[in-house]
Design a protein around this ligand. Structure first.
Ligand SMILES: [Cu+2]
Length: 219
């Protein structure tokens, strides 16, 4: 018995060590991929939120779009998740992106499609760059004039906006540009009412008459 006791103790010690070793190993292998995955999710979410923030800007142009509510709800959900993760870095990224989004007041995204001009309708006075994308399938252009609405602007026989008759109230336009292309137009906007439009007209047809106009207010 005197010889067995140390052997038993050694065996028990070896078993305990082995058990601890296994636990440590399992814990390490379980936690490391989980932590990596969590970080990966945060980064993916941060990128998604950036995309959705842009999508929200686009959707904001269409104030009646159901998508706007959906995107906002998703953005809020993801923000909550980031906070729940209690990850300071993720929260800092969220805040930085929120600031970036708010800081884009000097640029207005405009989407041209058949047959609409989609953009925010409440703009800030000052130097404004319209970043216009042709999201349609036809060639379009982008112009801007002072006025309350398309209906109140002088028009030619085919319903195009009569830029000559507008005189100084016609503020400028881009060149024609094809589907998938983008153009920028930078103007110094004073407070007032304006109409954004595409003034391409062919024969008896005009894009403006087809609905490619948008009334906006600058304040
Ligand atoms: Cu057009």
């Amino acid at each position: 018995m005197k010889m067995l006791k140390p052997v038993l103790l050694a065996l028990i010690a070896a078993l305990v060590l082995a058990a601890c070793g296994d636990d440590g190993g399992d814990t390490a292998t379980n936690e490391t991929p989980a932590a990596d995955a969590a970080e990966g999710d945060d980064e993916a979410m941060a990128e998604d939120e950036s995309d959705e923030a842009m999508a929200e800007d686009d959707d904001a142009a269409d104030s009646h779009s159901d998508d706007t509510d959906g995107d906002e709800a998703m953005a809020e959900d993801e923000s909550d998740e980031a906070m729940a993760e209690d990850d300071d870095e993720a929260m800092a990224e969220d805040e930085a992106m929120a600031e970036d989004g708010d800081g884009a007041a000097g640029a207005v995204a405009v989407s041209l499609v058949e047959w609409a001009v989609n953009a925010e309708t409440e703009l800030s006075a000052g130097t404004t760059t319209f970043a216009v994308t042709n999201d349609g399938s036809f060639t379009h252009k982008f112009g801007l004039a002072r006025g309350d609405s398309y209906e109140t602007l002088p028009q030619t026989d085919n319903g195009a906006i009569d830029e000559d008759a507008l005189g100084a109230d016609f503020l400028g336009d881009t060149a024609n540009f094809d589907a998938g292309q983008s153009e920028e137009l930078t103007l110094d906007l004073e407070p007032g009412n304006y109409v954004l439009f595409c003034n391409i007209a062919i024969g008896p047809n005009s894009h403006a008459a087809a609905g490619q106009t948008l009334s906006v207010t600058v304040s």
